[in-house]
Design a binder for this molecule. Structure first.
Ligand code: C2E
Ligand code: CA
Ligand code: CA
Ligand code: CA
Length: 277
């Protein structure tokens, strides 16, 4: 037992040190990535009930020179703790707006883009000023931008957050609550918030056709959201069966591999050009 205990301790310290140094390496690499602009945005289409394009979600990609593609699920949480998320997010917002302008100039339509916001970004005192500046310099009409925030943003500094949400509404920028259902908050708080959309988390959609509980939750979210005048997006729709079920539940907008995967701008141009009018 003593032997085992020591091994476990060694393993633990070793693993721990590894994680810390790994994080330091990643942090340095992130700094270089920011300076060298190693990031890209991919766009995933969102489709409405008629099968028409309702908009796209901008998703960050980091192409590391040696390590290859690094998932945002891995580097965004780190960038949040180091504050590096700020320059990365500002770059992403700017790029998303520019890319939508480029689609419009090519006659592909005024596509609405949803950009993910980090809590840190949302809480900054100059957040709204930066946003206005970006819309001004890119020329993107505010109606074409929407922002995705998670429930956590609203529980941290609820009052400040609600003021910011009202300002966004007066600017005609849409706001979606992302990963809805995974937080601890209830639906009731939604009735006081100036938001336009809820996005049901992928984990519920995943289990939709296997679990009565998840099916009940999804149905409940959709019907309550509709009573509150909100639109509902289902994310992570992967099967025809899930899609049909969601159509039956009156879900408004669908996003997932079944419909389209995230893609670079050039592929999105082709995707849009081939959609039936
Ligand atoms: P999210 O906002 O929930 O984004 C949806 C994620 O689900 C994306 O992962 C997307 O590629 C993936 N996805 C979409 N459809 C399907 C499907 O049918 N099946 C499966 N298995 N996955 C699907 P991705 O691109 O890896 O992004 C992960 C997370 O990183 C995002 O989750 C978001 O929280 C964060 N993120 C991405 N881009 C940004 C950004 O620009 N800023 C910030 N702050 N966070 C971002
Ligand atoms: Ca999102
Ligand atoms: Ca989401
Ligand atoms: Ca999610």
């Amino acid at each position: 037992a003593k032997q085992q205990g020591r091994n476990a301790y060694e393993w633990f310290t070793h693993a721990f040190t590894d994680t810390v140094s790994e994080r330091m390496v990643l942090r340095n690499d992130l700094q270089e990535a920011i300076e060298r602009e190693e990031f890209a945005l991919h766009y995933q289409p969102l489709m409405n009930r008629e099968g028409k394009l309702a908009g796209v979600e901008a998703l960050l990609r980091w192409e590391h020179p040696d390590k290859g593609f690094i998932s945002p699920a891995r580097f965004i949480p780190l960038a949040e703790t180091t504050g590096q998320i700020i320059p990365i997010s500002e770059w992403a917002l700017q790029r998303a707006c520019q890319d939508m302008q480029s689609l419009a100039q090519q006659g592909l339509g005024k596509i609405r883009v949803a950009v993910n916001l980090s809590p840190l970004q949302f809480q900054r005192s100059n957040f709204l000023a930066t946003l206005r500046q970006t819309l001004l310099t890119t020329g993107l009409p505010a109606e074409q931008l929407s922002l995705e925030l998670t429930e956590g943003i609203l529980t941290d500094n609820a009052e400040g957050a609600i003021d910011t949400l009202h300002a966004l509404r007066s600017m005609h920028i849409g706001v979606s609550i992302d990963d809805f259902g995974t937080g601890y908050s209830s639906l009731s708080y939604l009735k006081d918030l100036p938001i336009s959309t809820v996005k049901i988390d992928r984990s519920f959609i995943n289990e939709l056709t296997n679990s009565y509980d998840d099916a009940a939750i999804v149905q409940g979210i959709i019907s309550m959201a509709h009573h509150l005048g909100l639109k509902v997006v289902a994310e992570g729709v992967e099967t025809e069966e899930q899609y049909q079920r969601l159509l039956g539940y009156q879900c408004d907008i669908f996003q997932g591999y079944l419909l389209a995967k995230p893609m670079p701008l050039e592929a999105l141009e082709t995707f849009i050009a081939h959609l039936s009018p």
